[in-house]
Write a protein that binds this ligand. Structure first.
Ligand code: ZN
Length: 70
């Protein structure tokens, strides 16, 4: 028996020896992150995974020096 046909997650074989084949859902692969933006200024606050509702980090952007500063 193969793992359940759900590519969103890792699948772990937790079968007992000689028992029925049992798969446990493992880590989410976060295949469908969506942007979560501020309603105030449209700033990207985070990414949300629709599959596990986990909040993912936004890749930090390099901080630019304000124009005119040394
Ligand atoms: Zn996820």
């Amino acid at each position: 028996m193969t793992a359940p046909d759900d590519p969103r997650f890792e699948w772990i074989d937790v079968s007992d020896l000689g028992g029925p084949v049992t798969w446990m859902r493992g880590a989410c692969r976060h295949r469908r992150p969506v942007e979560f933006r501020s309603v105030v200024d449209d700033e990207l606050l985070a990414h949300l995974c629709l599959d596990c509702d986990e909040q993912l980090d936004v890749t930090p952007k390099p901080v630019l020096s304000p124009i005119g500063e040394p």
